[in-house]
Design a binder for this molecule. Structure first.
Ligand SMILES: *[C@@H]1O[C@H](CO)[C@@H](O)[C@H](O)[C@H]1NC(C)=O
Ligand SMILES: *[C@@H]1O[C@H](CO)[C@@H](O)[C@H](O)[C@H]1NC(C)=O
Ligand SMILES: *[C@@H]1O[C@H](CO)[C@@H](O)[C@H](O)[C@H]1NC(C)=O
Ligand SMILES: *[C@@H]1O[C@H](CO)[C@@H](O)[C@H](O)[C@H]1NC(C)=O
Ligand SMILES: *[C@@H]1O[C@H](CO)[C@@H](O)[C@H](O)[C@H]1NC(C)=O
Ligand SMILES: *[C@@H]1O[C@H](CO)[C@@H](O)[C@H](O)[C@H]1NC(C)=O
Ligand SMILES: *[C@@H]1O[C@H](CO)[C@@H](O)[C@H](O)[C@H]1NC(C)=O
Ligand SMILES: *[C@@H]1O[C@H](CO)[C@@H](O)[C@H](O)[C@H]1NC(C)=O
Ligand SMILES: *[C@@H]1O[C@H](CO)[C@@H](O)[C@H](O)[C@H]1NC(C)=O
Ligand SMILES: *[C@@H]1O[C@H](CO)[C@@H](O)[C@H](O)[C@H]1NC(C)=O
Length: 807
């Protein structure tokens, strides 16, 4: 293959590359030839809220055009207008937009060459894009404004670099090309509390600071920027307020001027106006960001991009992505639709955006430990993002775990959600416990850098101590949890405050959190704790009402026994088991004070959430056949919404009933029907890459039971995939034999691990640490492979082969 040519390609379309690879048939894709398959625009409209701009893996700088439509990720593939270009974003967030501070906005010249004919306020300057010009690739984004200004951007870790190409003639009444670039003291959610900005009349440098509100949390944060320019000489500089600008003064401050999140805050900022650029009508703008100081923002920029060389920075960003994605190799297999490669690589890519590495940028405490932010939110990310990062970038996962532990050291609690240096809202349990336990099981043999003793102290704090404010950390209802062994719907909890809702979903999450703590207790030799938390992990059963039936529109579903609300006095209450599902009042079940007993999902769905003990659940629900019948109903009745992360695990729970083939069927039922390569191709909020990580791990055939050292084996969607471990250097390969591109042969008939017969329907992380080859022989019907009791993934209460958790 013409690899050199591929390396040289910049904005080749995936179709061209796909054709090339097809000629080549079975060649594996690695490194740079992967990048054309990444389409960052997937999920940029219809609720995906994906950030499609320029980023490095986990970088703090994330540059994109901000719009006034669906703006949670900055940009959207809709018809809305562009309000500026900003340098930090979160991706896939639910409710409100995040970050987007200090946007730049370019104008080619002011009409009649009159400063005040240029447009300053965000609402007035918003400009349509030229349809079809948005282009997004790893490390690069560009779009053309209706004013014929082309904006391209790339990044380093803490610095965004923009290349603005201006039209020769700014407007019909102005033939003088004299570009003006403003910097606005605002952010995407218009949450500014105060801010200040100044401009240097000699260099045109604009720098400033502002205090803003986080998008899904409490408190406020202060952030800083520093913008420098290259390519044109300075004509004049100044500040603006409202729709007026002047060359004096050179700085301004605004204080407590607005109501949070109102559509408008007092427009204020600075500008630099240039003479015509010396080369190609282009001006390069370099914007450093920092949470420490404006000076630090300038230092970051000067250090990372001393020479304003756009192409060089872009090349380095591409290399960072091809190195990062290149640990995976895929042999697609003859006839596989290239859109599968696009959704696969794009999913991995989106799983590598957050949490973000703010090491050295944390003003809250001094520490030599790494600091990551934008754990937005762990309730979403524990289900597969951190498993993906542990697989493909364990060095980053180790740093993330260290940062979680350091947050605990300095704030007293692990976060469940965190963004912009602030505590975010907890949606259910203390799910950092799950992330830490999984890393403990998978990474403890390859790193000495993690302080597991303090990690254990942190998870035990979640389990034992109720915080005053459990809306942002820890758990509520701990006294009932310890004494009654469930969270009562009418809980008496004078020990802390938080939203007294979600008694069912909090109960099952707390039970699972305790199980994860038990896993660590076992490994660390705390046998009393192990017994205690194992016992508490069974608390889900206390909210199971064996008599509860469920009907849809008056027709009985034929299933009996669901989790139900339970009062302090032990009596069961009632919440329709389909309530909070897409079939009934789904949108009534958020974190609102009048929320219900299950969060963003029904009792039907939460009844399945016992990742620690499916064997017990299966027995409770009437045995494997009945369990499979119920799981089928969950998937086919409209009760399950795969666009919310609790939908992931039920795709694979058939494994526990000895029907791994049905898990594969479900995987193919959701992919590609719900996950595809269009701008609407994600069924829900991507939530920092949660949907992307589900998609990619499912397509690799190794979706995890998160929090445990367990991957469910299903046939990869490609003929062969392999992953090189970043720490051990070993390569693990999964090969399909009898692979067909129509996906008729999706049932594993037999398997070999390193040449030996392998009958278990699950794998542990050892495979990826030690390397090896797993060969799956496929057929068109369910076979006997992986169906025996001893082949099933472990459950807390089972005995024999799978009892690794039992002392
Ligand atoms: C651009 O696309 C949007 C929809 O995405 C549409 O509303 C608008 O009319 C289009 N504009 C032009 C000039 O085609
Ligand atoms: C976008 O700008 C165009 C032209 O100025 C205007 O007609 C349209 O209403 C704007 N749309 C939005 C969503 O601001
Ligand atoms: C150009 O000038 C004419 C006449 O003064 C005016 O009607 C028109 O709106 C101006 N166009 C722009 C883009 O300012
Ligand atoms: C900005 O607001 C924050 C939060 O209210 C406050 O702590 C800070 O002192 C203010 N800064 C200025 C410069 O007013
Ligand atoms: C590939 O998949 C796309 C949908 O993602 C579909 O439109 C196209 O027809 C498929 N191509 C082939 C050759 O099957
Ligand atoms: C407790 O959390 C609530 C949000 O649920 C927040 O409004 C309040 O400020 C927090 N109080 C403290 C003391 O952190
Ligand atoms: C229940 O009945 C209503 C009204 O007939 C109908 O709109 C809805 O689709 C039905 N729901 C289900 C799940 O069948
Ligand atoms: C238990 O408490 C609930 C809620 O207060 C009440 O409706 C129910 O009657 C009580 N049951 C008993 C047996 O007292
Ligand atoms: C269910 O949703 C409807 C609107 O769709 C709303 O009127 C009703 O109050 C909701 N019920 C509950 C119990 O939240
Ligand atoms: C693509 O995915 C979206 C989101 O799940 C879905 O609504 C849409 O129907 C899918 N498109 C196709 C062609 O399957």
């Amino acid at each position: 293959m013409a690899l050199g040519w591929l390396f040289g390609m910049r904005s080749s379309s995936p179709a061209v590359v796909a054709a090339l690879l097809l000629i080549n048939g079975v060649a594996a894709q690695t490194g740079a030839d992967i990048l054309p398959f990444v389409d960052p625009l997937i999920g940029t409209v219809n609720g995906g809220h994906v950030f499609p701009g320029a980023s490095l893996p986990f970088s703090m700088a994330k540059a994109v055009a901000d719009v006034n439509g669906e703006d949670q990720g900055g940009f959207a593939s809709d018809g809305s207008n562009i309000t500026g270009f900003s340098h930090m974003h979160d991706s896939g967030t639910g409710g409100s937009p995040s970050l987007g501070n200090f946007p730049l906005f370019p104008q080619a010249g002011c009409p009649d060459d009159e400063l005040n004919q240029c447009v300053f306020p965000k609402t007035l300057r918003a400009t349509p894009r030229i349809n079809g010009t948005a282009e997004a690739h790893p490390g690069y984004f560009s779009v053309e404004l209706a004013t014929n200004i082309k904006a391209e951007m790339t990044v380093t870790e803490h610095t965004a670099l923009y290349r603005f190409t201006f039209p020769q003639t700014p407007s019909e009444n102005n033939s003088v090309l004299s570009p003006l670039i403003l910097a606005d003291l605002s952010d995407l959610p218009n949450s500014r509390i105060n801010g200040s900005i100044s401009v240097d009349e000699n260099t045109g440098r604009m720098s400033g600071s502002g205090t803003f509100s986080p998008s899904f949390g409490i408190g406020d944060y202060t952030t800083h920027f520093c913008a420098d320019f290259s390519g044109a000489s300075i004509r004049d500089t100044g500040v603006f307020m409202n729709n007026r600008a002047g060359s004096q003064p050179k700085s301004l401050s605004v204080v407590n001027d607005g109501v949070d999140n109102s559509p408008e805050i007092l427009p204020a900022g600075a500008y630099t106006r240039f003479h015509a650029p010396s080369h190609n009508n282009q001006i390069i703008a370099r914007v450093g960001v920092s949470f420490i100081s404006a000076e630090n923002a300038c230092n970051n920029a000067e250090k990372e991009i001393p020479d304003f060389d756009f192409d060089k920075v872009h090349d380095a960003a591409e290399k960072a992505w091809s190195d990062s994605l290149g640990v995976i190799e895929v042999k697609p297999g003859t006839g596989v639709n290239s859109s599968f490669q696009t959704i696969f690589w794009s999913g991995i890519y989106r799983g590598s955006l957050s949490p973000q590495d703010y090491t050295g940028e944390n003003p809250l405490w001094k520490s030599s430990e790494p600091y990551y932010d934008s754990y937005y939110c762990i309730w979403d990310s524990f289900r597969s993002i951190h498993t993906l990062i542990t697989l493909i970038d364990p060095k980053s996962q180790i740093r993330m775990i260290r940062s979680l532990i350091d947050i605990y050291r300095h704030e007293g609690w692990l976060p469940d959600c965190r963004m912009s240096l602030c505590k975010g809202f907890t949606q259910g349990g203390s799910n950092a416990d799950v992330v830490i336990a999984e890393s403990y099981l998978k990474l403890k043999s390859v790193t000495k850098d993690i302080d597991w003793k303090t990690a254990y102290e942190a998870v035990v704090t979640d389990a034992e101590h109720e915080p005053e404010n459990w809306s942002v950390q820890g758990r509520g209802g701990l006294t009932s949890w310890k004494n009654l062994h469930y969270i009562p719907t009418d809980d008496f909890d004078p020990y802390g405050v938080g939203p007294f809702t979600r008694s069912i979903s909090r109960t099952v999450e707390y039970a699972y959190n305790d199980f994860c703590i038990a896993e660590m207790a076992y490994g660390l030799g705390h046998s009393d704790d192990y017994s205690k938390y194992m016992a508490r992990s069974g608390n889900w059963e206390n909210m199971f009402n064996p008599k509860q039936t469920s009907a849809i529109n008056g027709t009985d579903t034929g299933f009996t026994g669901f989790l139900q609300p339970r009062y302090l006095n032990g009596t069961f209450g009632f919440q329709d088991p389909i309530f909070c599902s897409p079939l009934m009042n789904f949108t009534s079940c958020y974190l609102n004070p009048d929320g219900h007993e299950t969060y963003e999902g029904s009792a039907w769905l939460y009844t399945f959430f016992v990742p620690q003990d499916q064997a017990k659940l299966i027995a409770t629900l009437g045995g494997p056949e009945e369990f499979v019948r119920r799981l089928d109903y969950l998937h086919t009745s409209g009760l399950l919404y795969i666009g919310d992360e609790q939908g992931f695990l039920p795709v694979f729970q058939y494994h526990f009933a000895g029907r791994p083939g049905k898990s594969a069927e479900r995987a193919h039922a959701y992919i590609p029907s719900q996950f595809n390569d269009t701008v609407v191709g994600i069924p829900g909020n991507d939530d920092s890459g949660a949907m992307g990580s589900f998609l990619s791990l499912t397509m690799m055939g190794i979706f995890p039971n998160p929090g445990q050292d367990v991957y469910f084996i299903t046939p990869p969607f490609f003929e062969e995939i392999s992953i090189r471990n970043q720490i051990t250097g070993k390569r693990a390969t999964i090969k399909n034999i009898n692979f067909d591109a129509e996906y008729k042969n999706i049932y594993i008939q037999s398997a070999k691990l390193n040449g030996e017969v392998y009958t278990k329907n699950w794998l542990s992380h050892d495979f990826f640490l030690n390397g090896g080859v797993l060969e799956l022989t496929l057929g068109s019907e369910e076979g006997a492979w992986g169906t025996k009791l001893e082949d099933l993934p472990p459950s807390a209460s089972t005995h024999g082969e799978a009892t690794k958790y039992i002392l």
